[in-house]
Design a protein around this ligand. Structure first.
Ligand code: NAD
Length: 450
């Protein structure tokens, strides 16, 4: 497989803009012609409602494809930069070139989007690609394995299926870039394997993304948007608000607003709602149930083990040292912690690993500015959750323990390219100032030019 991909790349097939455009068109056709099959696979893996398939998977892909097609020519064009006096007469520019063979490893929670969204910049940048879907989302992985070779150039894009053993073997191959999405523990395995060939990596990891509800915030809007971000895909979203920090005196009002929103979205029995996803498998169901041990449930709390469903559940009186505050929850459980004020909320976040996303609900401009300046996070959103994902020009990725490297839009294209520096010098006139023999006069001239 690798020999075939390398040969395709070496022949220059993937470099032509026509090939790149053709592949982006084919990818769009793959999605448009198979929406029903994709919905069915996601229904079987996660009980994902059709509307969430459109919102969380397909529409993001359609928008990324459209954006890449529109800007492809500009992104691939030489990017002129200024040449200083010492380099004159001459011209300098940055030329994006494809890297070679890129490995994309997806996670199970958005099993279509997380393999195809990195594929868009990988193809746009002119690379050959190996795709490794997550084996945990069984039906979607099988569907990706069936559709991708039917629509895309099989000499340049291949799918490898499998779990730990197969992935371990795959990682022994030499790639020119690896984009991995998943947890930090496997991220370290990927990075170690990549070190063998000094392969650059993009790690799209997770973490505990906080949502802060500031004094005077619009609580109804905050509750609706926090719950939407938390309940989409039953909380199995890397950028879902993991926990809430609410400033003193507002907790009960926020809980009332959350209760009302839960009812408005999912009715009397969220477990029976067809608008609400299931937990991916029994292992994750048990892990999430474990977080409820010894906790005070303010809202929800019911679960159906058979159906692997857990109600949107709000916990109160949670202590920072409790298990639920140690790891990313990655499920529909929302601890609400009370803090004295914004300063305390900022300290709480800063004392922990840098998150993948951070949210602030406020009406206060100065607080908004402080949050943006003082919180180091992969992505940040004021007065909403998740919505920054819909902006193709916003690079997406983590920082610190939430990951490294960004993609989406131009950032993705650049990530999947080598940005080669090029300088072209004119042969005349030849200014001898840089050549030996050195002299006082040359030194003076050099100083003047520097
Ligand atoms: P996962 O179990 O699907 O694993 C991810 C990938 O790693 C899969 O392709 C899997 O086959 C492979 N893998 C698993 N074990 C391996 C091993 N020992 N050696 C080599 N490869 C191995 O996904 P997960 O880790 O459960 O994903 C959940 C995490 O991913 C959460 O932390 C979430 O926040 C994060 N996530 C991040 C993003 C993002 O874009 N930043 C998106 C979705 C999920």
């Amino acid at each position: 497989m690798m020999d075939q991909l390398r040969a395709t790349f070496a022949r220059g097939v993937t470099r032509s803009l026509d090939w790149r455009r053709g592949q982006l068109d084919a990818l769009e056709r793959l999605l448009r012609e198979n929406e029903a099959a994709i919905e069915k696979a996601l229904e079987r893996d996660l009980a994902k409602p059709a509307q969430e398939v459109l919102l969380g998977e397909l529409s993001l892909l359609y928008s990324e494809i459209k954006h890449a097609r529109k800007h492809l020519k500009r992104w691939t064009r030489p990017r002129r930069v200024r040449t200083p006096a010492v380099g004159q007469p001459g011209r300098s520019w940055v030329q994006a070139e494809p890297l070679g063979v890129v490995l994309i490893m997806g996670a199970w929670n958005y099993p279509v989007q997380l393999v195809l969204s990195p594929l868009i910049p990988a193809l746009a940048a002119g690379n050959a690609v190996v795709i490794k879907p997550s084996e945990i989302a069984t039906h979607t992985a099988a569907l990706m394995g069936e559709l991708i070779p039917r629509y895309l150039d099989a000499n340049a894009v291949q799918v490898v299926q499998g779990a730990v053993d197969e992935t371990t073997e795959l990682l022994k191959q030499r790639f020119d870039h690896i984009l991995y999405t998943g947890g930090a523990a496997v991220g370290k395995i990927v990075m170690k394997a990549a070190a063998e060939y000094l392969t650059p990596v993009t790690l799209e990891l997770g973490g505990k993304s906080p949502a802060v509800v500031d004094a005077g915030a619009d609580l109804e809007s905050a509750a609706r948007r926090i719950f939407w971000g938390k309940c989409l895909n039953a909380g199995q979203t890397c950028i879902a608000p993991d926990y809430v920090l609410v400033t003193q005196g507002q907790r009960e009002h926020l809980l009332d607003a959350l209760r009302a929103q839960l009812h408005a979205m999912y009715g009397d029995d969220p477990l029976a709602s067809s608008d609400y996803c299931k937990i991916i498998n029994a292992r994750h169901f048990k892990r999430l149930q474990g977080y409820l041990d010894g906790q005070t449930v303010a809202i929800g709390g019911k679960a159906d083990e058979q159906a692997e469903r857990i109600e949107p559940t709000v916990l109160v009186d949670v202590k920072p040292e409790d298990a639920v505050m140690q790891e990313e929850i990655f499920g529909p459980i929302l601890p609400v912690l009370e803090v004295p004020d914004l300063d305390a909320a900022l300290s709480f976040i800063r004392e922990r690993d840098k998150p993948l996303a951070a949210y602030l609900f406020t009406r206060n401009k100065a607080h908004e500015q402080r949050f943006v300046e003082e919180i180091s996070t992969g992505n940040l959103c004021i007065n909403d959750t998740l919505m920054f994902m819909s902006v193709p020009d916003l690079p997406f990725g983590g920082v610190g323990m939430s990951g490294m490297g960004q993609y989406h839009g131009k950032a993705g294209f650049d990530r999947m390219s080598h940005l080669k520096s090029v300088m072209k010098r004119s042969r005349f006139p030849e200014v001898s100032v840089r050549f030996p023999p050195y002299s006082g006069l040359k030194m003076k001239l050099l100083r003047w030019l520097s």
